[in-house]
Design a protein around this ligand. Structure first.
Ligand code: PRP
Length: 175
């Protein structure tokens, strides 16, 4: 993909500001509690690593991995678990951190899995919310940015072939 084909959607500075503000809100919400933060891999790793540094709390990290089979720019809705947690979640305050919610099928699957483990609470934060594509009603407590129905990547999200996760900005393909 040539640089000229890319269109900047959310610059790094705006992401940084949004993440910092979310971190402050979560610090207030969870004050006095010990939180288990679960980045959903792969896409959620960069958002989560920046977010936890803006959370002034006692927290632990666990990981869940999910992937959906499908075309390269659309998720298929068939979700599979690629990595599971190692620590019991029962009676814990769990914060699920996801890069993007599109159809909602991945989040619905993962939230159901976490709830089956009986946490004391479950909160879900996402960086990007593509509401136009929603297929299932899924609970999102906070979305940093609402985005249009465009294929996006960068800042943890991949382009076809699994590249561009290392970009600092969120970009899209020029139409
Ligand atoms: C992407 C993204 C979300 C999911 C959102 O994951 O990270 O988990 O799709 O789509 P949905 O709301 O329609 O389910 P992907 O399967 O591409 O895996 P990745 O996180 O490894 O990039």
């Amino acid at each position: 993909m040539e640089a000229g084909e890319l269109e900047l959607l959310i610059p790094a500075g705006e992401i940084e500001r949004g993440v910092r503000e979310l971190g402050s809100r979560l610090t207030k919400i969870y004050r006095g509690k010990q939180v288990v933060v679960i980045p959903l891999l792969k896409g959620g790793f960069m958002f989560a690593s920046d977010l936890i540094r803006c959370m002034d709390l006692d927290l632990q990290i666990e990981f869940l991995g999910a992937a959906s089979y499908g075309e390269q720019t659309r998720s298929s809705g068939e979700v599979r678990l690629t990595l599971d947690t190692t620590m019991p979640l029962k009676d814990r305050d769990v914060l699920l951190v996801e890069d993007i919610v599109d159809t909602g099928l991945t989040l619905a699957y993962i939230q159901k899995l976490i709830r089956s483990r009986e946490p004391a609470s479950l909160r879900t934060v996402v960086l990007l919310d593509k509401t136009a594509r929603r297929k299932v009603d899924v609970e999102v407590d906070e979305a940093v940015f609402d985005i249009p129905d465009r294929f996006v990547f960068g800042y943890g999200l991949d382009s076809p072939g699994g590249f561009h996760r290392n970009l600092s900005d969120i970009v899209t393909i020029r139409e």
